[in-house]
Design a protein around this ligand. Sequence first.
Ligand code: ATP
Ligand code: ZN
Length: 210
Amino acid sequence: MLRLAIQKSGRLSEDSLNLIRECGISFLSASYKLKTEATNFPLEILYLRDDDIPGYVQDGVADLGIVGQNVLVESGFPALEVEGLGFSKCRLSLAVPRAAAYDSVQDLQGVNIATSYPRILGDYLAERGVKANLHTISGSVEIAPSIGLAEAICDIVSSGSTLLGNGLREVETVFRSEAVLIANQNLSAEKKELLEQLQFRMQAVRRARR
Ligand code: ATP
Ligand code: ZN
């Protein structure tokens, strides 16, 4: 039996469940539960916080997972990625206060930047020869400049209205993300076979949606 970890509640949850259902896999979903077993496919679904999913798949606690590529890359286990799923598209961007002067990423030299993605941002800045002071915070990143914690932020942007509401403007796209299917790298032959069946169904669902 395959164990698939998905986000318990959040922006990935509904689309993850819909994808599994559209693959023809039936299960009883009870939102208070930690796991459910499918009735017509050898699959168990674990409901977890998205941040925990890459680590559980890396360790083999779960065989598969559905998670944002942003969270996957930040976890440090990018090799777990199997394929993009085409939903939960978003970007990780740098933003500065609306009135701040900004010409290029070089202007961030020595600047305090608040983010929940120190690894992705650190790599991005290092590739451009910029040394900044990264402050890792786990939520409400966009308020950091207004409370004096940082002069810039790097956070997930979808519409930009949250940035605008906090007096910020987007200046660079650091990373583009979508939901991805991830898998443990030491699956047994039986589990690999099941993964292939699941991928075959997922690809058919995506073709049918187009
Ligand atoms: P958890 O409680 O599981 O830790 P969370 O608050 O960290 O949840 P969500 O806000 O539910 O996470 O976002 C989950 C993922 O959905 C993000 O990591 C990102 O890949 C994607 N995402 C975030 N914001 C958007 C958005 N506005 N539009 C589309 N996808 C998004
Ligand atoms: Zn999270």
